[in-house]
Ligand binder design. Structure first.
Ligand SMILES: Cc1ncc(COP(=O)(O)O)c(C=O)c1O
Length: 390
């Protein structure tokens, strides 16, 4: 049977793999040889599940949004990752990876961040586990997400502003990889999305897959069937989407809709619509779609949302799109803002700007009244209030 999961060599179709500098070979190999054993180990599972329950507050609710449903003429459930401790789905992954890092005997944690949510989630688990934490963040993002920067500092992390490129997520990731190359022995790099060399995309997808595991149970209770007609999520690197779809990947009854950031419009050059505009390339250790110019140079992406502002895309999603398993829509800045206001007014929920892109996708689909839709609200909008009010 055809599967959309990773293969034994770390590829999703022709996407993925591990394209890394020589100096990192040993650490990536060590990680590849360790992660599945640890993730499947009973004591790991117990500790992970207990922290997800008692610290993060899982399961996150599956909320039937009545007024939103009425507006779009179908039944819309929101998977409320915004209610997690630290305000987004990112914490699911950081808890899993820090438990792994401890089991691998690592003492120093590094991370990259765009919107700051992954940085906050990493700084949080480092405080919890009493580990040193260094977060790389583009200077542009430091400025537009300054509340998250203050939180990271309060949590004891060192935030290093990155001034190369257009000073956003791509540049922060470059610096984190550089740091890792200098300290391969004691440092564990907690990557915040389904990007990077194998095994990261698969590992992050597995750690986030608690989202779809819960959706299955919750839908069964509420609807008497465990599969929806549609799953909708936004994609930056792709981790909340991967978690949302993980247990439905090979169930073709479920339609998958991925919302990427159109920025000012995909034809304007100011966009982060990687799946639609990207060409095959290598970015941060993985073979995937990359927004690049004719010479293969990575183009600077643009989105109003710091968490979607990335010129690559997780290999899992690149494959789903190229196999036509997923429908990809680009949601522009103004459409996302409109969708955020709509959710706020109809349901009293202020979503993160990233999640607002998933909400923007509702307008692009023709639903039938009997359709059951699950849309992941990946985070809360507190960090974006200034942008919403601007
Ligand atoms: C709330 C929220 N949603 C979505 C994303 C996008 O990341 P991913 O595609 O890995 O879910 C981010 C990234 O920072 C985020 O903060």
């Amino acid at each position: 049977m055809k599967s959309y999961q990773v293969d034994k060599d770390g590829y999703y179709g022709e996407f993925g793999g591990a394209y890394i500098p020589e100096i990192l070979h040993k650490c990536v190999e060590e990680l590849t040889n360790t992660y599945l054993t640890v993730l499947n180990d009973e004591s790991f599972k117990q500790e992970f599940d207990q922290l997800l329950r008692d610290y993060v507050g899982r399961p996150s609710p599956l909320y039937l949004a009545r007024r939103l449903s009425e507006k779009y003429g179908c039944k819309i459930y929101l998977k409320r990752e915004d209610l997690n401790h630290t305000g987004a789905h990112k914490i699911n992954n950081t808890i899993g990876q820090i438990l792994l890092a401890r089991r691998m005997g690592k003492t120093r944690i590094i991370a990259e961040t765009g919107a700051g949510q992954h940085g906050v989630a990493t700084a949080t688990v480092c405080a919890l586990m009493n580990m040193e934490c260094i977060v790389y963040m583009g200077k542009t993002d430091v400025e537009r997400q300054h509340v998250n920067v203050e939180k990271m500092k309060m949590l004891g992390a060192t935030v290093i502003p990155v001034t190369s490129g257009n000073m956003t997520l791509k540049d922060a990731t470059n610096e984190a990889i550089r740091d890792w190359c200098c300290h391969p022995a004691d440092t564990y790099y907690i990557i915040g999305s389904t990007v990077g060399p194998h095994p990261y995309p698969d590992m992050v997808a597995r750690l986030q897959s608690v989202i779809s595991e819960e959706i299955k149970k919750q839908l069964k209770e509420k609807e008497g069937r465990d599969c929806p007609d549609y799953l909708i999520a936004c994609v930056g690197g792709g981790s909340n989407a991967a978690g949302t779809i993980y247990h439905y990947l090979d169930d073709e009854r479920v339609r998958i809709v991925l919302a990427e950031a159109g920025g000012k419009g995909i034809e304007t050059g100011q966009t982060a619509a990687t799946i639609q505009l990207g060409k095959m390339g290598i970015i941060h250790g993985a073979r995937t779609f990359v927004i690049q110019n004719e010479d293969g140079q990575i183009e600077e992406p643009y989105s109003i949302s710091a968490g979607l502002d990335y010129p690559g895309i997780g290999p899992i999603h690149a494959n789903l799109a190229s196999q036509h398993r997923a429908t990809v829509v680009a949601i522009n800045d103004d459409e996302a803002i409109e969708a955020a206001y709509e959710l706020t007014k109809l349901e009293g929920i202020i979503p993160a700007l990233e999640s607002a892109h998933a909400l923007g996708a509702l307008k692009k689909i023709k639903f039938k009244p009997e359709d059951v839709v699950v849309l992941t609200v990946s985070g809360r909008g507190d960090k974006d209030i200034e942008t919403y009010l601007a």
